[in-house]
Design a protein around this ligand. Structure first.
Ligand SMILES: Cc1cc2nc3c(=O)[nH]c(=O)nc-3n(C[C@H](O)[C@H](O)[C@H](O)COP(=O)(O)OP(=O)(O)OC[C@H]3O[C@@H](n4cnc5c(N)ncnc54)[C@H](O)[C@@H]3O)c2cc1C
Length: 230
């Protein structure tokens, strides 16, 4: 369920449980050709956002995978999934910084152009309050992403820093896109301006690649040394 590009991909990485009694230590990762007999997909329609991106449900029915398609060894699936998540979370966070900046750009343009009570709405203090909050959140998100990226480039494990960046940037993007709609007034609610799409596209950020709640549990674990889940 919910696999990005699942309906168009030639290859899929499939994680399978080889021994339930071993929990996450029983997981194995396989590279699977999506043309393999028994492999099928169904596109998911009706998403709130990310409408240019394919999302699909995958079905595997007696799919046979050659041994050479095993990634790593049996039992290493969880480790492989976690390292893939560090990369996925990083790109979601970076994408959200882009949405935040696009919202600021759209709002600055609109706040100068739209006049009410004989003045540009950007001259109202409460509109400046919204814009100032957007700028601070965006810069904080950008620096958190840069920090995680710096560690990644150095080859240093950055699960904690990536979760912090992902949590902050995705939540910031939702707040900022929501405020961007507010600044655009009624027009913000229509597709005449891009901010409604920014909101719809931002909204998934706090869900995929691990929800915000899961990021907080990861940050909690790295802070307390106590796992909230197995
Ligand atoms: C557009 C889109 C594309 C996606 N692409 C992919 C993809 O390519 N590959 C892929 O593997 N997945 C993909 N996903 C799936 C996505 O990662 C999951 O939807 C997401 O991780 C949440 O899992 P869930 O939907 O099962 O929610 P659930 O796990 O059912 O969570 C529901 C709620 O319960 C909370 N919750 C669950 N467990 C806990 C806990 N232990 N403690 C506290 N709160 C908890 C969650 O935070 C959430 O608020 C995609 C999803 C979407 C919407």
């Amino acid at each position: 369920m919910w696999i990005s590009n699942g309906g168009v991909a030639d290859l899929a990485i499939i994680f399978a449980q080889t021994d339930k009694s071993k929990g996450h230590k029983g997981l194995a990762a396989f590279l699977v050709d999506t043309k393999t007999p028994g492999f099928s997909t169904q596109d998911i329609h009706g998403k709130m956002g990310l409408r240019a991106s394919n999302t699909a449900q995958l079905f595997l029915d007696e799919v046979r995978v050659p041994h050479e398609n095993l990634l790593g060894s049996v039992g290493e699936g969880f480790k492989i999934a976690m390292s893939a998540l560090d990369n996925g979370r990083y790109s979601v966070a970076a994408g959200c910084v882009g949405i935040c900046q696009a919202c600021i750009d759209a709002c600055v343009r609109y706040a100068k152009e739209r006049h009410q009570f004989g003045k540009p709405i950007g001259s109202f203090q409460l509109v400046q309050d919204l814009i100032a909050r957007m700028v601070v959140d965006t810069e904080a998100a950008r620096f958190l992403v840069w920090r995680a990226g710096y560690l990644k480039n150095k080859g240093i494990r950055s699960t904690r820093e990536t979760s912090i960046a992902k949590y902050f940037a995705t939540e910031a993007a939702v707040r900022i896109a929501n405020d961007a709609i507010q600044i655009h007034g009624g027009y913000g609610y229509s597709n005449e301006f891009p901010v409604e799409r920014y909101f719809r596209d931002a909204r998934v950020g706090t869900l995929y690649e691990g929800t915000s709640q899961i990021q907080k549990l990861i940050i909690g674990y790295h802070t307390l040394g106590i796992r909230a889940f197995d």
